[in-house]
Design a protein around this ligand. Structure first.
Ligand code: PHB
Length: 383
């Protein structure tokens, strides 16, 4: 780990919407170029423990207005892919301390994304080889997960519906994850309620056919996600808690019969809770076709949610500037461009060309395709 540059807090640029600072829950973000939560599947084994290489990767990207950590399992049951990190053991907390320390040492800011995958898992990844859990016993057709280096990607099997008496335990997993993230030195947390994982499975009509108070009506489908967010707020305070949603996403076999109503109503509740921000996956994860009309859903959310709005979805710098100027969003998260460009804000600021990403190194492996993408400065040295 190489603590260097301290210019991160001073990278403002007059007249560029991406380089105006923003105060969010007491945290001053120096720019509007945020790093998306990105699964990279490079934790140390056994134990799914963040390591020095992971700390270096995040430190390289610390000029982001805010880093959102890769999705991180809050419990053994919340795990859905081999090599993804957790935040439920002391070793994992210690590993994440290296990450937050590395980011803070160069002036950066980082939230942890709290993750329970629900049905997107496999008995081989679950404690005691158990069936993965979900709101309802509905198999996500076509969804796959990565179970081991040998077996690779496999179909996700049919999950088991959670019993009503197990719901309190789910909330407790999130509360403990939030507490552990605090111990690990994060600046805040993001509750992952997107992309077909547990909370999204509860929110959307296609995956939640429950007949108890956690399913059926819209109010019932929102109940567990709101209980979880309240529990996380109880740990962190509302100013330090964000939520990620993907209203029209179809990734992981997701479907909702009325995303405008579902997510407009959810956003109204989130507004009343006063969370720090709402991050919206506006298209669909990696270009999976949308279910519903994104613009209509975004407008419904914007009409009721008055807090900080973070847009996500294959934005270019130009589109991000336009959307911020028009007041359609406050901040933008960038995923794949941040994988390939550790100094992405500087590149946007200078309108410099971008390194291209190599999708064969997104998941798993070592330094290659992870910490070896050059900065502009390094490219100039080579040239
Ligand atoms: C993935 O590991 O494929 C993954 C994780 C979290 C997401 C989306 C995809 O939100």
């Amino acid at each position: 780990i190489n603590p260097k540059r301290d210019y991160f807090m001073s990278n403002q640029k007059p007249n560029d919407p991406l380089f105006q600072s923003l105060n969010m829950g007491g945290l001053t973000l120096p720019n509007r170029v945020l790093m998306s939560p990105l699964t990279r599947s490079r934790s140390s084994q056994p134990g799914d423990i963040p390591n020095d290489m992971n700390a270096h990767y995040y430190q390289q990207r610390a000029s982001a207005g805010l880093i959102l950590s890769e999705a991180t399992q809050i419990s053994p049951q919340g795990k859905g892919y081999a090599f993804t990190p957790g935040i439920h053991s002391q070793e994992q907390i210690n590993g994440w301390k290296k990450v937050t320390g590395a980011v803070h040492s160069v002036g950066g800011r980082i939230h942890m994304q709290l993750w329970h995958v629900g049905r997107i898992s496999h008995p081989e990844l679950q404690p005691d080889g158990n069936q993965p859990v979900a709101p309802s016993a509905i198999k996500p057709e076509g969804a796959k997960t990565f179970i081991s280096a040998d077996s690779g990607m496999v179909d996700v099997p049919e999950p088991r519906a959670l019993e009503t008496h197990e719901i309190a335990g789910i909330v407790e997993q999130y509360r403990q994850g939030a507490l552990n993230a605090q111990k690990a030195g994060f600046d805040g947390v993001e509750v992952h309620a997107a992309n077909g994982y547990l909370l999204d499975q509860f929110l959307k009509s296609g995956s939640n056919h429950r007949t108890d108070e956690y399913g059926g009506s819209l109010e019932n489908r929102l109940r567990l996600p709101l209980m979880v967010i309240q529990a996380v707020i109880d740990v962190w305070g509302k100013d330090k808690v964000g939520v990620r949603i993907s209203p029209t996403g179809s990734f992981n076999a997701m479907y909702d019969n009325n995303p405008t109503e579902t997510f407009g109503t959810f956003a109204k509740h989130l507004n009343d809770l006063g969370i720090a921000y709402l991050e919206v996956v506006e298209d669909s994860f990696q270009g999976n076709h949308a279910n519903g009309r994104p613009e209509e859903v975004i407008e419904a959310i914007r009409a009721v949610y008055k807090g900080t709005y973070i847009a996500n979805g294959a934005y270019t710098a130009k589109e991000a500037r336009t959307r911020i100027s028009e007041g359609r969003c406050d901040l933008v998260t960038f995923g794949r461009p941040f994988i390939a460009n550790p100094d992405l804000p500087e590149r946007f600021r200078e309108n410099a060309p971008l390194n291209e990403w190599d999708d064969s190194t997104f998941y798993g492996g070592g330094e290659h395709g992870y910490t070896d993408y050059p900065t502009l400065e390094e490219l100039e040295t080579i040239a």
